[in-house]
Design a protein around this ligand. Sequence first.
Ligand SMILES: [Zn+2]
Length: 303
Amino acid sequence: MYACLDMGGTNLRGTWIDTSGNRGEILSRSRPRSLEGTKNALLELIADIRESAPEEVHRVGLGSAGPLDYRSGCYLRPTNMPELEYFPVAEFVQEQTGLPLLLENDAQAAALGEVWSGSLAGSQDGLVLTLGTGVGSGVIFGGRIWRAAHFTGPELGHIHLGFGRPECGCGQVGCAETWLNKQALLDLFRDYGCRVASLRQGIDRLREEEPQARGVMGEYGQRLGLFISILQVVFGLQHIGISGGLSHFLPYCREAVWQTLRERFHKRQWWLPERIQASPDPEMSGLLGAARACILHERDNWA
Ligand SMILES: [Zn+2]
């Protein structure tokens, strides 16, 4: 039984999950913008999960925004959580609760979760994009996270997709993230003369079949199709999952994504993926991945 947590800039969420993927209700609390506040919130949430779990919790899995070092369980210099700079979270939680903690980048955790028990359940290989405030990515080969040398996995959201967007958080201009993240989508709604204050309102406009909103989805789908075509040239994976808050828009831009892919690969149709699937529950991707990371860790260490 694991306590699985998901930590971002403003929120800390978590629940218990067992080795079969059974899980409890998601508990959530806001994360104070200080190291002390974060420490307290973490301990409180772990205590609440232990109390609600039907069996004893013996490990904590934490999927988190980074950058972080998953091997040592320590943060590096998190872009949106500067107060957690070099915070050794695994050491802290072990000292305070007696529970070992496994730290994982949130996008890697989401990919692992989707392949284990989400949109790509049943496959061993897959690429998962997490579209939200940023654009996270994870590549799973043989049921495992494919790692890069920079402490996490491939940083596909920072592939160059063209100039014309503001500088990315990573310091480069033209990153896929700046073309496909939440801000990019809100900007598109504005450019098409479609006034929406939030993404939820964007979905409402699409449900009402407003022509401008459909235009937004056509252009967003082309961008996503272009991005996926680049990734397919590199990885050539059959199964592509989409998680994150923007995954709710996939049904509305799916046709434009596929059309772009078919046009770009018109001479090499076999480069097309088999499926592009939205997560059935994007709120759960990272939490399920945190549990799966714990399971794999234990399997490796008992083998
Ligand atoms: Zn970037």
